[in-house]
Design a protein around this ligand. Sequence first.
Ligand code: AP5
Ligand code: MG
Ligand code: ZN
Length: 213
Amino acid sequence: MKIIMLGAPGAGKGTQAKMIAAKYSIPHISTGDIFRANIKEGTELGQKAKEYMDKGLLVPDELVVDLIMDRFQQDDAKNGYVLDGFPRTIPQAEALDKALAAAGEAVDFAINVEVPDENIVNRMSGRRACVGCGATYHVVYNAPKVEGVCDTCGEKLILRDDDKPETVLNRLSVYHEQTQPLIDYYTEKGIEKEVDGTQDMNKVFDDIVAILG
Ligand code: AP5
Ligand code: MG
Ligand code: ZN
């Protein structure tokens, strides 16, 4: 099964993608997570990506497409995946379709997690991410057992650099300009499905499972 998660920054793509990956035994592939891992390791790719990410801008398509094509070559991606944060532009979606078509494959579902802009800034300022394993929490909606400490691996939880309110507003406008057109793109292909992302995260997941079957 090949699934794409669509939605504004902070809509809960990562939260839901992790749950989908666990239930359907497919890898969760997040371009944002891959870039953050590269930044942490100080790679050249990470240095390039950071310049854009810190401003709330998209990393150039070529960098992202190469990276994702590489990732698809890994063994665990043979039986499908849930893509979180890719594609994010029409050229990225076209590159994905082209690569899949060459192998006689196609995306099965594009799940659009709908959350109005008003809710987003609030969610982002409360988000905490683990520096060790990448797990995501929210100080109110999904608090760790011990404040500031990851339940899973015990490492420190931090506020992401790009979750400052002014950067979040930039990311939202970039989303509306460059990523929202993908909703029409996948609607035309007949695979776009909407879920109400303002509900409790377990209810959102139930709605997604009802779509995926
Ligand atoms: P990326 O890491 O993908 O960030 P994003 O799209 O902005 O999305 P987020 O990860 O911020 O939000 P999310 O939807 O995953 O929400 P989450 O589940 O954490 O990308 C970062 C940057 O990398 C981009 O800005 C860009 O520069 C670059 N990049 C990445 N991919 C790229 C690409 N393809 N092309 C170009 N550039 C690219 O949830 C948010 C918070 O809300 C959490 O605290 C969570 O606990 C909470 N929450 C989740 N669900 C609920 C709920 N139902 N109710 C209440 N709270 C909830
Ligand atoms: Mg995410
Ligand atoms: Zn952790």
